[in-house]
Design a protein around this ligand. Structure first.
Ligand code: HDE
Length: 689
């Protein structure tokens, strides 16, 4: 059987060898190359010859290096890791991946949605959170986002959503952002998107790092146990580092400072052994619960409040290895919601049902062949075998005559190939929804899908005051970028169904009259606010995995500098030394200390907190350096802790820093403050809606 399934012409290793194994540079066909600098010409100044197969192969391969980028989620970063099951849920599911203690290899890809592959990491956008579990019963792909709900209820609207949000069809801008006419034109005409818009306009779409965001399976799925009994389930990834987002001004400035901010953060965290971790949680509920809710659990624009169904932790994901090759792994990884394993099943969510078709189709077009499952990053780690054969880029060499079934070859001494297994195989769970799965053919939606506002209201009312102000201000910002006159008022009319105060603040911020509320297809109901929906209520005061920028200059006290470095690294943070010149500065004791970053290229937005270790002369000099003043001004404006020597006072003054709990001396108070953000400071530094 093994021969039948896994034999490759080369013993299965060719793909690993692409570089490195041979000492001598060769062509793709193994011919040693003598000269990789000069093409073959007729005379030193003559034309290049067609005969030059080395040149032709090299250029030809280069010409074909790109594949179509993903239509959505084109910009992404990936990492390898392991999922360890920690709870016994065998009463709920027979999935091997949930056997307590079982460790399953995974590959995870995080992404933005709207921008192209070469776009930036920090626009206001939803983040993809796609996990491929290479389980011993086949690959399970949980292809989710960092927001638990979605813009639309039915797959048939997806192309419209994506066309509206991506760069506009004629002018090909803007790149990677929703603050433009076509998106808001569409969104304001789609009341079902309102709940998702609330999340999208919150700081959820400005995660500080992939490591500090939640992930969600979004759709309702099913867990199926050995007896074939099914329950509904929602999947949640909870970051061990707690939630942390940036604020809008910080995100904009991050984009200016580092296009690859989140990709770099993920890479460096893994590279330095600070492995990102998430707990996997499940919300499990039955048909009876589902039927009792004021929303439909199969509607992807709705969530199940954690207060109603608590999240139960069943395992931990650890990302512990960076890819060896971005293209081979992160670009070629093909996630398929149809990759499901025995013990897990789909629900009838009409968005999920559409996805089940889309992803297989898109991978074939993106990766060019129906055999994309053989690419190492996509291949199951367990044996796999069937009678599918041939096709473009077939790399396996199935042996024997059996490429059909049934056959009687095994009984007659030949290898007849694999057979179906009613006991081990995936069995679609018997529908428990009775009449729901029978009836007339209709283009309709279920009744409760018509409630577009209750959960948008739930979300808004679950936020802190500061978070509410950020949401209102984001609506104002985005709608202020819209040139189509009819759109902002139409959006505010929808918001009146969510929350009157929110609608009024957005109208004020736009300086337009408050429009009449739009007619709601179904009157919203009030739901009890839920702390789980707030970022601020789920942050962790910690320096673990964070970074502190330490600004110093000529004359800085060496002992103080060393102490601050020791303090912040002792608390788990990365200390990054920033000086006016990359070669460093000469300290008080005459020693020279090299910098990690030059001031002009290492602004404070890339840090979680900053320390100013400056002498009188150093501070006086830096008050005349715009980059230093901006460094401090932005740290303050981005609500971060600032620790400073007394001598740094003139620089703090110049930057307009007002004393508060987040502005400290360089002692224990700084280490404590650096682990937090000071949202209370914000009303003093910017006008929010
Ligand atoms: Fe996707 N989506 N999607 N999506 N999606 C893709 O598949 C699609 C949806 C999500 O890192 C595409 O390989 C349809 C919801 C992630 O490689 C494509 C519909 C959610 C990723 C596609 C949805 C997602 C994708 C583009 C509506 C959250 C990136 C390239 C029915 C639960 C995966 C590709 C990665 C990628 C189609 C809706 C998440 C075109 C038709 C809802 C994280 O197949």
């Amino acid at each position: 059987m093994t021969d039948f399934t896994t034999t490759r012409g080369d013993g299965g290793e060719t793909h690993q060898q692409a570089s490195g194994d041979a000492d001598v540079l060769t062509t793709n066909h193994g011919v040693p190359v003598s000269d990789n600098q000069n093409s073959l010409r007729a005379g030193a100044r003559g034309p290049t010859l067609l005969e030059d197969f080395v040149l032709r192969e090299k250029i030809f391969h280069f010409d074909h290096e790109r594949i179509p980028e993903r239509i959505v989620h084109a910009r992404g970063s990936g990492a390898h890791g392991v999922f360890e099951a920690t709870a016994d849920i065998s009463d709920l599911t027979r999935a091997a991946v949930f056997t307590p203690g079982e460790k399953t290899e995974v590959f995870v890809r995080f992404s933005t949605v709207a921008g192209g592959a070469g776009s930036v990491d920090t626009p206001r956008d939803v983040r993809g959170f796609a996990v491929k579990f290479y389980t011993r019963e086949g690959n399970w792909d949980l292809v989710g986002n960092n927001i638990p709900v979605f813009f639309i209820q039915d797959a048939i609207k997806f192309p419209d959503l994506v066309h509206a949000v991506k760069m506009e069809a004629d002018r090909a801008y803007p790149q990677a952002g929703s603050a433009h006419d076509t998106f808001w034109d569409w969104a304001s005409l789609m009341p079902e998107s309102t709940h998702m818009l609330m999340w999208a306009m919150s700081d959820r779409t400005l995660p500080r790092s992939f490591r500090t965001m939640e992930g969600f399976g979004v759709h309702t799925f099913k867990l199926v146990n050995e007896a074939g009994e099914a329950q509904f389930v929602k999947f949640h990834w909870k970051p061990k580092a707690g939630l942390q987002s940036t604020i809008w001004d910080e995100a904009l400035k991050l984009q200016a400072a580092d296009n690859d901010y989140q990709r770099r953060d993920l890479w460096e965290a893994i590279d330095t052994g600070a492995f990102p971790q998430w707990d996997l949680g499940i919300q499990v509920f039955d048909e009876e619960f589902a039927r009792a809710q004021p929303y439909d659990v199969q509607d992807a624009t709705k969530l199940i409040p954690e207060d109603d169904v608590p999240v139960r932790i069943v395992g931990t994901l650890t990302l512990n290895r960076n890819p060896d090759n971005f293209f081979a792994e992160t670009e070629q990884v093909a996630f398929l919601p149809t990759n499901i394993v025995p013990g897990i099943d789909f629900s009838n969510d009409p968005l999920l049902q559409g996805r089940l078709f889309s992803y297989l189709d898109t991978q074939k077009s993106r990766l060019g062949t129906t055999n994309f499952h053989q690419i190492p990053i996509n291949a199951p780690r367990c044996p796999f075998a069937n009678f599918q054969r041939d096709g473009m880029m077939q790399t396996m060499v199935p042996k024997g005559r059996a490429n059909y079934e049934p056959n009687s070859l095994t009984a007659h001494g030949e290898d007849g190939g694999p057979r179906e297994s009613p006991t081990r195989g995936f069995v679609t769970v018997n529908a428990t929804t009775g009449d729901d799965e029978q009836g007339d053919k209709l283009r309709v939606r279920a009744e409760l899908f018509a409630d577009h506002y209750s959960q948008a209201r739930l979300f808004f009312r679950s936020q802190t005051e500061s978070e509410q102000a950020h949401i209102a201000s984001s609506f104002v910002f985005e709608l202020s970028k819209v040139g189509l006159e009819q759109v902002p008022a139409r959006m505010v009319a929808n918001l009146r169904n969510v929350d009157e105060d929110l609608a009024r603040r957005v109208a004020d911020g736009l300086n337009i009259d408050l429009p009449d509320a739009s007619p709601a297809a179904r009157a919203p109901v009030d739901m009890a606010p839920s702390d789980a929906l707030s970022i601020h209520k789920n942050m962790k005061a910690t320096l673990e995995g964070r970074s502190v920028g330490i600004l110093y200059a000529d004359g800085s006290d060496a002992a103080t500098l060393d102490r601050v470095i020791a303090d912040v690294t002792g608390a788990g943070a990365k200390a990054v030394l920033v000086a006016p010149k990359i070669g460093g500065a000469t300290l008080s004791d005459g020693s020279k200390r090299k910098a990690d970053g030059q001031l002009a290229g290492t602004p404070s937005q890339i840090f979680d907190a900053v320390a100013l270790v400056l002498s009188d002369d150093g501070a006086a000099m830096l008050t005349k350096e715009a980059a230093a003043v901006q460094f401090v001004m932005d740290a303050f404006g981005h609500l971060k802790a600032i620790g400073a020597t007394d001598a740094a006072a003139p620089l703090l003054d110049k930057a307009g820093v007002e004393p508060d709990d987040g502005v400290t001396a360089l002692d224990d108070a700084f280490v404590d403050a650096a682990a937090r953000r000071f949202y209370d400071r914000e009303p003093g530094v910017r006008m929010l809606a």
